[in-house]
Design a protein around this ligand. Structure first.
Ligand code: OKP
Ligand code: ZN
Length: 370
């Protein structure tokens, strides 16, 4: 399988709050570094390095990517991601090596439901975020753009390979991840929704365009609240997620959330009790796969998190390295002829992340050779 990587995704390196302490964020450049190292040493996966449009000589590449991202994210939000750090520097609120963390968040009031962006820089950091796991440092924007570009490029690769035999698939080593953010809010280490980038790109390139039926399978330990929100009323997009029950992001992910309007029935949440084992996980996975197959999508995006691993610091399922091959083969068995883009989301057990990714890719490809 083709694996896409961009060294610019290593630049973002921020902090998070744990208790009352500020620590290096678990979502770190070392995650991608260890995966790339593992995949290069085995050599059997087609690792390709992509150049971010921010470092390209051709300005039309950046313009094209931004126009895809802007189908999901507001201009003002994107400008905030791009400029907030420099604005804080100009006002001497922060040192070059420091990080912006939001503090005051928008919350429901009886007076109004949709407040305008505030002028105050501290307030703006909170307006454009829903939690404190979305720090902004001086190179955050470069990684966010590189990550979104990998998502976008994965769709180009996929469509180029459509004539090759069997259903093509591409794996993008996105970082930062994307499934927690919606159009105007960062959170849960996410800034731009890479799944949405794939979908917009697919709609812009494919023959079926806006009429394409698209499936999303979210296998990260955490519910993809951002992705769910973006497609909640979209009857062309089916979102299925297996995630830890009552875990972060806490306010979404219940099985009662089934979609809105014409899209009722196109959202499937399968919360799973913390501590669940592989057998319990596979029951939910098969439910998700059958629902996706019955939706008859022509294109699939997998949000792939490895924080379902038994040693993950942020997850609590009992899944081991060998299980990832079985999970991948299971997906491939039920959704056999679907062109698929796989996007990296979470996974924080650094010492095992590389081998877990390898196991997944081996399971995926073994199934393809049958
Ligand atoms: C992102 B993804 C430590 C708590 C971290 C955020 C979890 C984000 C998970 N301060 N809270 O879905 O893997
Ligand atoms: Zn996660």
């Amino acid at each position: 399988m083709i694996v896409l990587y961009d060294p610019d995704t290593l630049l973002h390196d921020t902090v998070e709050l744990v208790g009352a302490k500020i620590r290096s964020a678990l979502e770190s450049p070392a995650r991608t570094r260890t995966i790339v190292e593992k995949l290069s040493e085995s050599g059997e996966h087609g690792l390709r390095t992509i150049q971010s449009p921010l470092t390209s000589d051709d300005p039309s590449e950046l313009k094209a990517l931004l126009s895809i991202i802007e189908r999901t994210h507001g201009r003002e939000y994107l400008d905030h991601l791009k400029n907030a750090f420099d604005q804080w520097r100009a006002e001497q609120l922060i040192e070059q090596h420091e990080n912006i963390l939001p503090e005051c968040f928008v919350y429901p009031t009886k007076a109004h439901s949709d407040p305008r962006p505030p002028k105050d820089l501290f307030a703006r950091a909170g307006y454009f975020a829903f939690d404190m796991s979305s720090g902004i440092m001086f190179q955050t924007y470069r990684s966010v753009i590189a990550s979104a570009n990998l998502a976008s490029e994965s769709v180009s690769y996929l469509l180029d390979f459509k004539h090759s035999h069997g259903a093509p698939s591409v794996f993008a080593l996105c970082r930062p991840p994307g499934h927690h953010c919606d159009g105007n809010r960062a959170g849960g280490y996410c800034y731009v929704n890479n799944v949405a980038v794939c979908i917009s790109k697919y709609r812009s390139l494919s023959v079926s365009g806006e009429f394409a039926r698209i499936g999303i399978l979210d296998l990260d330990f955490h519910h993809g609240n951002g992705t769910q929100e973006l497609y909640y009323s979209d009857p062309q997009v089916f979102y299925a997620s297996i995630h830890g029950e009552d875990e972060f992001p806490y306010y979404t992910g219940a099985d009662s959330e089934t979609g809105a309007g014409d899209a009722v029935g196109a959202n499937l949440n399968l919360p799973l009790a913390t501590g669940s084992d592989f057998g319990e996980y596979m029951k939910k996975l098969n439910q998700a796969l059958i629902a996706l197959r019955d939706f008859r999508p022509e294109f699939l995006v997998v949000s792939l998190g490895f924080d379902t691993f038994h040693l993950d610091p942020l997850g609590s399922f009992q899944i081991s390295t060998e299980h990832y091959a079985l999970i991948a083969a299971g997906v491939r068995r039920v959704l056999a002829d679907l062109p698929t883009v796989i996007l990296l989301e979470g996974g924080y057990a650094l010492e095992h992340l590389g081998e877990n990714v390898k196991s997944f890719l081996e399971g995926w490809e073994a199934r393809m050779r049958e």
